[in-house]
Design a protein around this ligand. Sequence first.
Ligand code: SAH
Ligand code: SF4
Ligand code: F3S
Length: 457
Amino acid sequence: MDQGGDQEVMKFFIQTFGCQMNVCDSTWIEMSLVKKGYRRVNVETDADIILVNTCSVRKKPEEKLYSFLGRIASLYKKRPYIIVGVGGCVAQQLGEKIWEKFPFVRLVFGTDGVASVPQSIERLIKEDGLKISLLNFMDYYPERNLPPYKDITKNMASAYINIMQGCDNFCAYCIVPYTRGRQKSRHSSNIIKECEMLVDAGVKEITLLGQNVNSYGMDKYGDGVSFVELLRKVSNIKGLKRLRFTTSHPKDISDELISLFGILENLCPSIHLPLQSGSNNILKKMGRKYNKEDYLKIIDKLKKINKDIVITTDLIVGFPGETEQDFKDTLEMMKLVGFDSSFSFKYSDRPNTRASKMMPKIQEKIKGERLSILQGLQEELTNHSMERLKDKIVEVMVEGISTKQFNKNRLSYKGREPGNRIVNFLVPQNMKLNIGDIVTVKINKIKKHSLFGEVIY
Ligand code: SAH
Ligand code: SF4
Ligand code: F3S
């Protein structure tokens, strides 16, 4: 603890694993603790409070938690006063069993418990030996106190906003419906209010988040506003330069939503549309409720609205029963769509899921081979997609100084173009840029998955 005058300043560290929804939750916890007067530190060894926000979507991210807690265990031996909290999807999955394995953990919180984390930490500080678990799923979207963004969001140009919680789809391989609970849409007026506060505080880009944003408002918690209407409302906020959303489920994407890419000026031309597999046989077993023909129709419609729209995806290799032919179908679909980039994973058995009981399982070695073939193909597709940007003029939103020193004598920045690709660029000698500024850049070089350019007037 800092002994700053009479005041003791509690220092906290947050480690985040997992998807943007976890990043969003962690950011909210961070801001709330800062508002309470605590100070964020960048290394766990400096902290009095250590929180870890976890992911259990595959075995690997789950294992990251155990190695992290292993490190914290040795730290705890030296500093037994530290307060350790474990939250997010693994916490929800294991619940209070975490206390059996890691007795030094004092706070366990699931995704609906995030809203109560700051008060719980205050109690833990005051009451020695107390342990708190926040694991119940609520029967409503648990609204959080909005921190005074204006005082806190210095230098923040982009923000994530949760518009819903949970998922009702139960894809055969996926643990998310168990760790995040059923789908609960947040009231649109609360979303709009939060977006307005952020824009007022200087945020230029907002990404609306949910496991399946296309079905926003369609659960019993919805307030009658559909995702399309929500996008229109957020897009209308004065001063919002860029609007994005993720993740879209292909089965729920409507023509009306697709048409918005040609209507809303600040809606960025990029969409993440997880395909998972290019084989109809596997898609059926996964319970995805679309086939490759449906998927291709969506792609056609998107490209008709904007031929340069950036399309990214998620792919799984080695789902139980995946044959060589099923895998080839996935490669074929990748070529047909021409994905600009993709996240690809080896299928991983998750507790309670239907796929964990499906046979035959694919050997690790084969999964590894398929993954590397798939990633090789993606590399070609990504290169091709980037080549198309050569000599193009794009609007780039500044994120900071570029670490790629491609000209020793001149300052270089990095930022993102509307398609969400990172651009490194040089500026004239006396030009000073701030995070969130939007500049016009000509792309003049493409090297190893990176785009390089120069600011033009
Ligand atoms: N809600 C999003 C995805 C959330 S999980 C959607 O429906 O698309 C992020 C990605 O992790 C998934 O798209 C999937 O590709 C991958 N994934 C989920 N469960 C997995 C598992 N058991 N094994 C391997 N990959 C998995
Ligand atoms: Fe998981 Fe499917 Fe829900 Fe996505 S839509 S979170 S893959 S169950
Ligand atoms: Fe992971 Fe939970 Fe997100 S399992 S992917 S952190 S919803």
